[in-house]
Design a protein around this ligand. Structure first.
Ligand SMILES: [Fe+2]
Ligand SMILES: [Fe+2]
Length: 251
């Protein structure tokens, strides 16, 4: 049998192929729902009261309502999606920091990697929400000016990012709680918007990101799916509350 050698001097016969059954870098993200499940999810949200928002959440919602209007719109949602990704980005950064600190303890390091993977997956999910909203803004011919749609989201994201990681450093449950409130707000905003605009049931979803995000018959269903994603994000954050620190068990 002939053998070939690589740069390290290993022969072909020395190199083993390892199949990884569970790819640690892959996270499923929120489930994709069918039309009936989406309607049930919307009803559940509309029937449940909003969370009691704290001062920090109100400090973000108030200027957003003042600048973009109290009612939902694609431009307002696009703005909210820019900042929605921020806490996950902050937690990912804190995760890498913790990984470096606890690199000598494999069980702990493994748990931290799990949290990093989850934070990255949630960032991707929020990114698709933003892309879909931007697509709807452009198709609707809605105008976005520099101050409201560039400068303001940047300023609020800057504030939110630093608040998120600082809270996580001091008391992680405060950071998870703040995100849960933000997600609860988003969940209700989307589901209410669909309820207030019944014509969306008859508008076909553009499908620009169907390959990446899923196929939906109407814009109403597409927005219900996004609203349900926000609910899952909220529940994930609330699930982290009892054991918010990396070095505690999440069981
Ligand atoms: Fe979102
Ligand atoms: Fe979200």
């Amino acid at each position: 049998m002939s053998t070939t050698a690589n740069d390290a001097g290993d022969t072909k016969e020395d190199i083993m192929t390892v199949t990884i059954e569970q790819r640690p870098e892959v996270h499923d993200g929120p489930p994709k729902l069918g039309p009936e499940e989406l309607r049930a999810a919307q009803r559940r949200t509309l029937d449940s009261p909003r969370m009691k928002y704290g001062l920090l959440a109100k400090m973000m919602f108030l200027p957003v309502d003042l600048m973009y209007g109290k009612r939902g719109s694609y431009t307002k949602f696009a703005m909210l999606e820019i900042i929605a990704r921020v806490p996950y980005q902050a937690w990912e950064r804190m995760g890498y920091w913790a990984l470096h600190r606890h690199r000598g303890t494999s069980t702990l390091a493994k748990r931290v990697v799990g949290r990093i993977v989850e934070a990255r997956s949630d960032q991707d999910n929020e990114q698709f929400h933003l892309l879909i909203m931007q697509d709807l803004v452009q198709r609707g011919g809605h105008r976005q000016n520099w101050l409201l749609h560039r400068a303001a989201p940047w300023a609020i994201s800057f504030f939110y990012y630093h608040v998120s990681w600082l809270l996580f450093l001091v008391k992680p449950e405060l950071s998870y709680r703040l995100n849960a409130e933000f997600e609860d707000h988003a969940e209700h905003e989307y589901m209410n918007f669909v309820a207030e605009n019944p014509e969306l049931e008859f508008q076909p979803a553009p499908g620009t990101y169907a390959a990446e995000y899923g196929h939906y018959a109407s814009v109403a269903d597409l927005l219900r799916q996004i609203g349900h994603d926000e609910r899952v994000h909220k529940l994930d954050s609330l699930a982290n509350l009892p054991a918010p620190r990396f070095h505690q068990s999440r069981a």
